[in-house]
Design a protein around this ligand. Sequence first.
Ligand code: ATR
Length: 280
Amino acid sequence: MSETVPLAGVIGWPVGHSRSPALHRHWLSRYSIRGHYVPLAVAPEDLADVLAALPRMGFRGANVTLPHKETALALATEASDRARAIGAANTLVFLPDGGFLADNTDGVGFLSNLRQAQPRWTAATGPALVLGAGGAARAVLAALLDDGAPEIRLANRTQARAQALADAFGPKIRIVPWKAAGETMRGAATIVNTTSLGMAGQAPLDLGFDAADPDALVTDIVYQPLVTPFLARAAEAGLATVDGLGMLLHQAVPGFEAWFGRRPEVDDALRRAVLEADVA
Ligand code: ATR
């Protein structure tokens, strides 16, 4: 029998903007693993066929990104509890007897990023304030609850979307008005932006930190730029901040380990490789 070279990739439409190839290739090279990780541009109507065909070509699994995250979960043979809670998949592992396992590692990526930067941090320290109620917010809410957050204040421009998340995630979620988000920082131990505000080319998230506790931890899931206006203002107010790039790096760890057989490390060399990646 011929030797098989493990393959994995990221499935998106479009996919040229994805930093996952740079990330996984850095690890493949660093650990001298004879494997490949490739971008796979797949139209929505082709996803099911592609997922059935990939394992026959030697793929061990794949990441899925927009617009496939929900469909991949629906097509899965098995799904992790966290993928079900989030309602979307980002990491797929093909099963030996056919089909695939759908997992979502965004939430653990979020937690691992905060813990690597602030080892004493846990969501159980106190209430959290989460800004935004999109797909990223779902992963952050699931992770914060899983890590013991006693209360999560949720603010979103469109209140109906916040309400949908409160209905899905239960009584620890307390909806607060978007316009009062600054005030609701009072007493919050963790403050998280999950909106796209502050991303390069977008309006900044215009919030002051006057009401925030001096020992609150502030983080942003936006990582382009690394220091968003939101994080810059938090730092000016003397608060501890953690940028969002680490969430991207840490969410990739379980997939790499499942496909290539080695638990990889998240360090500065990886950060640099991903920041320098030539993406669309
Ligand atoms: P993702 O899956 O990345 O979270 P999304 O589902 O499109 O993306 O959600 C984007 C989030 O950014 C939402 O919370 C959105 O608020 P709405 O639900 O009101 O749309 C928020 N957002 C985007 N642009 C915004 C703006 N100009 N002002 C306030 N919130 C904004």
